[in-house]
Design a protein around this ligand. Structure first.
Ligand code: 3UK
Length: 542
C-alpha cells in the first residue's frame, strides 16, 4: 500500500477503478513532486519561512493580511479543527462563504490538517447542499454566518455532519472566539502527494452534480502549468475577479496562483460591473479573472481601465466570442487571455497569451498537457475537422463513486464534452458543447457561432442560440436575445438581426426564430444554461 496520511480513508476508497482513470503525464521537470506533499507549505508557509512573511497576501474592504497574517489565521483554525472539532486526516470539511479572507484562511486550515476541502457555491439551497453533504460524506463544516440558513436546514437531515462552526461571527461560540483560544502555530499533517485534498463539485448543467477528486499534487500541478507558461504574472501583481472560490476557476485564479508566486489577491464579495471597475481602481489590480459575459457587461463602463493598473484579463468558463474580445479591446486597449478549463482537470489546459491570441480560437495546448480532436470512434480527426476534444496531462478526471467516469475518461483520455477543431498552427477552435450542436435540415450548426454573429450587432446585449424542434427541418436555429437598453423588441428588430446575421455567416445558419427576453438563465459561474432555454422552447414553432 502506498503511503497516505489519511486515517479516514473515504476518498481513497472511492477513487474510480484504475482502468477507468485517465493517463497522467508528468514530463515537465516542475511536475516531479516529492512523495510527501502538503500544498499549504509551498503556497503559504514557505513564503513565511523564506522571509516573505511581511508581503501583502490578501486584501478585502477594510482589510489587508500579509502572508504571516494568513498563516497565523490558518494555523489557529487548524488547531480549532483538530482540538475542538476532532477532525482527522481524510475527513471532508464543507466550506461555505462568499469570496472573503476568512474563507481563504479556512481553506488553508483544511489543507494543513490533511482533510478534504469541499467548498460550496454561496447560492446553493438546502436541497443541493444536502446532496453535496451526503455524496461527500461531510463530517464538519465551516460557514460564513450570513449563509447559515440553508446549511442549518440541510444539516438537520444529514446525520454525519455533526460539527458546524460559523465565521465572520462575533459571538462567543463563533469560529473567531475559538481561534483566540488556540496557538498561532501548527505542524502541517505530512500528507502524500496523492492524498485527495479537495472535492470539487461540477456545476451540473444536467443531472446530479458530480464530485471530482484532486490530490495535493494536482493543486500544485495547476500552479506550474498554465500560470507560468501563459499568464506569466509576477510577485508584484495584484489579482482580482469574480469566480467563486468554490469553483476551481476562482480557487486557482484568485487564491492558488497569486500565492504560488508570492503575489497578492483581492477578495470581493460583490462582482457586479461597477463594483469591479471601482475595485480595480481602488486596489490597483493588475490581473483580472472573470467570465465572457462579465467582460461584455463591464465593457460599456470600462473607460477608466484604459491605461490603468490593469494589464492582464483572463476569460474562461465558456467560449469567448470574437465579438466580445473585440469589444473589450476597443474599450480598454487590452487583449484578453482566453483559456478552457474544467472542474475535472482542475484548471486551464488550452489557452493563448495576449501576444498569441487568435480571435475565435481558444488557443494552443498548455505546456504539460496534450490535446487531440477525436471522431466518435476515438480516432484523431483530420486537421480542421470538428470532433470531440480529448485531453491528457498532469491533472485529470476522477469522479467520486460515479458511473459517469466511464463517459468522461476513455482510453486514458479526458473527454470534456466539447466539439472542437484544430488548425495547422495547433490552435483549437471551439464550436459548441457536443450535446448542443444544432442539426437543421441535415446541417450541423454550432450555436456559439451564431451568437458571435448576433453579438456584433450594436443593439444586442446578450444572446443564446439553441435548436428548437421543427417538423420540417428537425430543428431550426432559434435565438433568444436581450437588447441593449433603449431598443424595442419588435418584429422589425427581429428582421434586422436576421439580415445582419445572414450578411456575416452562411445564410443557412441564421436564426429563423428570434425571441426577445430581459435576461438569460445563467449559472453562478456565468455559464448560459442552454438546457433551460431548450426546455422552454420544446415543440416551439415559428
Ligand atoms: C466550458 C469553455 C470554451 C467547456 C473552468 C477554467 O469552466 C470551468 O469548469 P467547468 O467544469 O466547465 C467546463 C466546461 O466549460 N468552457 C470553459 N472555458 C471555456 N468553453 N472556451 C473556454 N475558454 O464546455 C468546458 O468543458 O464549470 C474554467 C478554469 C477552471 C474551470 N473549472
Amino acid at each position: 500500500m502506498p503511503y497516505s496520511a489519511h486515517i479516514d480513508t473515504f476518498t481513497g476508497d472511492n477513487l474510480p477503478p484504475l482502468a477507468q482513470q485517465p493517463e497522467f503525464l508528468f514530463d515537465l521537470p516542475e511536475l516531479k513532486f516529492p512523495e510527501r506533499l502538503n500544498c499549504a507549505w509551498p503556497l503559504l508557509d514557505q513564503h513565511v519561512a523564506e522571509g516573505r512573511g511581511e508581503r501583502v497576501c490578501i486584501q478585502a474592504p477594510n482589510l489587508r493580511w500579509t502572508y504571516a497574517d494568513l498563516q497565523e489565521r490558518a494555523n489557529r483554525i487548524a488547531n480549532v479543527l483538530v482540538k475542538d472539532l476532532g477532525v482527522v486526516p481524510g475527513n471532508r470539511v464543507l466550506l461555505r462563504a462568499p469570496n472573503n479572507p476568512m474563507m481563504a484562511a479556512c481553506w488553508f486550515a483544511v489543507m494543513k490538517v490533511g482533510a478534504v476541502a469541499t467548498a460550496t457555491m454561496p447560492l446553493l439551497r438546502a436541497k443541493e447542499l444536502k446532496h453535496v453533504i451526503t455524496k461527500a460524506r461531510v463530517t464538519h463544516a465551516l460557514c460564513d454566518l450570513r449563509l447559515a440558513g440553508e446549511l442549518k436546514l440541510a444539516a438537520a437531515e444529514c446525520a454525519d455532519l455533526r460539527h458546524i462552526l460559523y465565521f465572520n461571527d462575533t459571538s462567543a461560540d463563533g469560529l473567531e472566539a475559538a481561534m483566540a483560544k488556540h496557538s498561532a502555530s501548527f505542524d502541517n499533517v505530512d500528507t502524500a502527494r496523492d492524498d485527495t485534498c479537495i472535492l470539487a463539485f461540477t456545476s451540473g448543467t444536467t443531472g446530479q452534480p458530480k464530485a471530482t477528486m484532486h490530490f495535493h499534487r494536482d493543486v500544485m500541478a495547476s500552479c506550474v502549468c498554465w500560470p507560468p507558461h501563459v499568464l506569466r504574472a509576477v510577485a508584484d501583481d495584484i489579482f482580482m475577479g469574480t469566480p467563486p472560490l468554490a469553483f476551481t476557476f476562482g480557487l486557482g485564479g484568485l487564491l492558488l496562483f497569486p500565492l504560488s508566486i508570492g503575489a497578492s489577491t483581492v477578495l470581493l464579495e460583490q462582482g457586479a460591473p461597477q463594483d469591479l471597475v471601482d475595485a480595480i481602481a481602488k486596489y490597483k489590480a493588475t490581473v483580472l479573472f472573470t467570465a465572457p459575459t462579465s467582460y461584455r457587461a463591464i465593457a460599456p463602463i470600462a473607460g477608466p481601465l484604459r491605461n490603468s493598473s490593469l494589464r492582464k484579463c483572463v476569460s474562461a468558463g465558456e467560449a469567448l466570442p470574437a465579438a466580445t474580445r473585440a469589444l473589450w479591446k476597443e474599450a480598454t486597449g487590452i487583449e484578453m487571455i482566453d483559456g478552457i478549463g474544467a472542474t475535472e482537470l482542475m484548471h486551464i489546459f488550452i489557452s493563448a497569451d495576449e501576444a498569441h491570441a487568435l480571435p475565435g480560437a481558444t488557443g494552443t495546448v498548455v505546456p504539460g498537457y496534450v490535446a487531440c480532436v477525436m471522431d466518435d470512434n476515438g480516432k484523431p480527426t483530420p486537421l480542421g475537422e470538428v470532433g470531440n476534444l480529448a485531453v491528457k496531462g498532469p491533472t485529470g478526471c476522477r469522479y467520486l463513486a460515479d458511473d459517469r467516469q466511464a463517459k468522461y475518461v476513455k482510453d486514458g483520455w479526458n473527454y470534456t464534452g466539447d466539439a472542437y477543431s484544430m488548425d495547422a498552427e495547433g490552435y483549437f477552435h471551439y464550436h459548441s458543447r457536443t450535446d448542443d450542436m444544432i442539426i437543421s435540415a441535415g446541417y450541423n450548426i454550432a450555436g456559439p457561432e451564431v451568437e458571435d454573429a448576433l453579438l456584433r450587432h450594436p443593439k444586442v446585449a446578450e444572446c443564446g442560440v439553441i435548436g428548437a424542434a421543427d417538423e420540417e427541418r428537425g430543428q431550426i436555429v432559434k435565438a433568444i436575445v436581450v437588447l441593449r437598453p433603449g431598443n424595442e423588441p419588435t418584429p422589425e428588430m427581429a428582421k434586422e438581426l436576421q439580415n445582419f446575421v445572414k450578411q456575416s455567416i452562411a445564410p443557412y445558419k441564421y436564426p429563423r426564430s428570434i425571441e426577445f427576453v430581459t435576461a438569460l438563465p445563467r449559472t453562478e459561474t456565468g455559464k448560459l444554461q442552454r438546457f433551460r432555454l431548450r426546455l422552454t422552447n420544446q415543440g416551439d414553432h415559428r
